[in-house]
Design a protein around this ligand. Structure first.
Ligand code: AMP
Ligand code: MG
Length: 498
């Protein structure tokens, strides 16, 4: 009798050809370690749209094997998991070394559209960078990150993606005990501004150069042709950050914790925590309950984006070579931001041309919105229904204002401005609906889905994801998801606790 050898079961990520580009950097950039297994994991939800970016089929997404892999319980043989080191400025103060305290990089895979995607398990256990933390993420914050990553992508805003959430009954202590989860995040790279600051403030300029060369070769190869590629890198990251800030402002997105360790070197929205979408318009709104000074208030985001680019510039200075060249790379921020915001706001108002008095029209509009605490998303969406002649269609829009006469006066100016460029109601509405979302991830919607998920009903997470994947579509069957938040939502607070 001969013994039979069994072929080991294929790993669900096998056909994705896992590589470890980041792990090829010197070992000072990270600590290799295994994820801590998540007990009895279950799938909370998975994003087919994120999966398609790396060629994962829906069948693979639903498999038990993948569940185990995304829980960190079953490692791909080619994967050399690691936690990366970085530092950063937190709330404007140098915080020293931080690092992946609960995120573990599995490796990178080929992206369907070309390039590579890194796969990272957030909440996969303690690392040498966990400091006082437990290395876990709770289901609540994992659902928020998952939904918002995918919602931002659908809004056309650069962001890290979220492939899936895997939950567990294991508890972690926050303000109260909460169940834990792991989100699989994807981005071409998770390198942060703080990754550069780390080597600069540790006076290790050779290692700083290694990192900059890695980022340029992998993600900005076109900059190699520049006279000073490090200066070109800073200029390009500055440009992307300025554009990202304009996109956040135009959709009313507030990040909440714009520390330099949360700023992506690729200009992606990264590290979703106490974020929010503007509802009743208040430019000084602070979405993060922990941010008592309002450093990261809505109207501060653009200048903080600039401040963060300066922090990156400081760190890159030894490579760039001179203060003048560094300042030159940073100098276009305001103009880049202003031009992008102007372009986005014109599109939001359905304006095809630029006229000298447009700023006045916009300022007056924002002042009215603020005075009446008008819901940001509803206002722009309803504005698309305004008709050039006859105020009949204005009612739902007008009803958003306390001071209706003031709105009427503004609408008169707006109509005159539209007529100046021979705007047509039908085509303008179509164009406006394509850039003014009907559906955004309002805190109360996330909260409702979270509470149901905490009771093991994940259907609301699924439903919300499906709605948010098509934010510009009417979806009349889901109209209530576009309504004003209910009264109970007024007291909702989000903090850094996650
Ligand atoms: P964040 O505010 O989420 O960007 O996190 C800031 C730093 O704290 C990063 O180094 C995180 O990895 C770390 N951190 C946050 N929460 C935890 C946790 N529960 N366990 C370990 N580290 C954490
Ligand atoms: Mg972070």
């Amino acid at each position: 009798m001969t013994a039979q050898l069994k072929t080991p079961a294929a790993h669900p990520l096998d056909h994705l050809k896992i590589a470890n580009s980041f792990a090829e950097l010197p070992s000072s950039f990270y600590t290799r370690l295994m994820p801590t297994p998540l007990p009895a994991p279950y799938l909370v939800d998975a994003s087919a749209s994120a999966a398609s970016l790396i060629g994962l089929t829906p069948a693979a997404l639903a498999s038990q094997e993948l569940l185990e892999a995304l829980a960190g319980n079953r490692l791909h043989p080619n994967s050399t998991p690691l936690a990366a080191v970085y530092s950063g400025h937190q709330f404007g103060v140098w915080a020293g070394q931080l690092g992946d305290g609960r995120a573990i990089l599995l490796g990178d895979v080929e992206a369907a559209a070309g390039g590579r995607m890194e796969l990272q398990l957030k909440g996969a256990g303690a690392t040498p960078y966990s400091r006082m933390g437990d290395g876990r993420a709770v289901l609540r914050s994992s659902i928020r990150e998952y939904l918002c990553s995918e919602a931002m992508a659908a809004l056309g805003i650069p962001t890290s993606r979220a492939l899936a959430i895997v939950g567990s009954d294991q508890l972690a202590m926050r303000e109260r005990p909460e169940t834990t989860a792991v989100v699989t995040r994807m981005a071409p790279s998770f390198v942060r501004f703080g990754s550069f600051e780390h080597w600069y403030y540790n006076n290790q300029h050779d290692t700083l150069k290694t990192l900059a060369d890695y980022v340029i070769a992998g993600f900005y190869p076109e900059l190699l042709a520049a006279a000073n590629p490090y200066q070109a890198l800073l200029a390009e990251v500055t440009r992307r950050t300025a554009h990202l800030m304009a996109q956040w402002q135009a959709v009313g997105f507030m990040h909440g914790v714009m520390n330099t360790d949360n700023m992506s070197i690729l200009g992606l929205t990264l590290d979703y925590g106490p974020f929010g979408f503007m509802e009743a318009y208040d430019p000084s709104h602070i979405c993060n309950h922990t941010d008592q000074q309002g450093r990261y208030a809505y109207n501060k985001q653009p200048q903080i984006g600039h401040w963060n680019c300066f922090a990156l510039g400081q760190a890159l200075l030894p490579l760039i070579g001179s203060v003048e060249a560094t300042e030159a790379a940073l100098s276009s921020y305001q103009a880049q931001y202003g031009a992008k915001l102007d372009e986005l706001l014109h599109a939001k108002l359905g304006l095809a041309t630029h006229q000298p008095d447009d700023d006045k029209l916009l300022d007056a509009m924002f002042a009215l919105m603020q005075a009446s605490h008008v819901d940001f998303t509803l206002f722009f969406r309803r504005l698309g229904n305004l008709q050039l002649d006859g105020a009949g269609a204005d009612t739902p829009l007008r009803d958003l204002f306390i001071d209706r006469a003031a709105f009427d006066a503004w609408a008169l100016q707006y109509r005159a401005r539209l007529k100046l460029e021979n705007s047509r109601d039908d085509s303008r509405k179509l164009a406006m609906d394509d850039c003014n979302p009907k559906y955004v991830l309002r805190n109360y919607l996330a909260q409702t889905a979270i509470e149901q998920a905490q009771n093991k009903d994940f259907s609301e997470v699924r439903k919300l994801l499906e709605i948010l994947e098509n934010p510009f579509d009417e979806q009349p069957q889901h109209a209530k998801y576009a309504e004003l938040p209910p009264d109970w939502a007024r007291g909702l607070e989000v903090s850094c606790s996650s």
